[in-house]
Each structure stands twice: as structure tokens, then as C-alpha cells.
Design a protein around this ligand. Sequence first.
Ligand SMILES: [Zn+2]
Length: 132
Amino acid sequence: MNRIAKMGLLKSALKWKCPRCGEGELFTSRNPYKKGEMMEMHSHCEHCGLRYEREAGFFYGAMYVSYMLNIALFVNAVLIWYLFVEDLVDWRIYIGAYVLITILLVPLIYRFSRSIWLYMMIKYEPEKRGER
Ligand SMILES: [Zn+2]
């Protein structure tokens, strides 16, 4: 796969599109903060018919992606602290802001981790149709 095609895949992963066709939506609502639909996923892709949950417990793997995203967030927060903020803000306020931002990002991290996990496991085959 060439570089441009890989960039297209990254883009559709970040837009929460089907990993096989890049067209169908993964989640029932585009808004991750919509009450009651925060975590609701379609069972199948409405465009190519791919079944998203490959097997029972398939999305447990997304927890590892979520863990990696949270580690990246934490490392960035520590770097920002030492490089820019250390002399400006009290550390308790900084930690409070970090915790608040992390809580606010939960729906986004949940969605990105599921999307990235699907993209890691499913090959891009835009012509293919059916559940598998
Ligand atoms: Zn699809």
C-alpha cells in the first residue's frame, strides 16, 4: 500500500469510518457527547455489510489502544508542564486541570481506541461485500 493510501486510512480511522470500505459510519451518532449515544455502535457497516464485532469480546483489544492513548496524553501533559507551565501555575491546579481534561476526553478516547483497533485488525478492501 502506498503512502497516500495509508494517509487516507488514517483519515478515515480518525473520522470513525468503516475500516474495510472507508464509507460506512462506526457509531450511530457523529457527536461523541450526545447523551445516550456516546458508546452506541452500528453492528454492521451500512455500506459494505462488514460485521464490526468480529467475535465475542473483540473490542477488549481496544482497551490496549485506549491505554496507549492515555499514556500519550499523560506524557504530553508532563512535557508541557516541564517545558512551559512549571513557573506559571501551581502544580495542584495543573493536576486538577489534567484530570478534568482527561475525564472530558473519555468519549473521544473510547471512540478512537475502537476505531484504531478495528483498523489494526481489518484490511482495507473497498470492493469487498458481506459480513466477513
Ligand atoms: Zn464498510
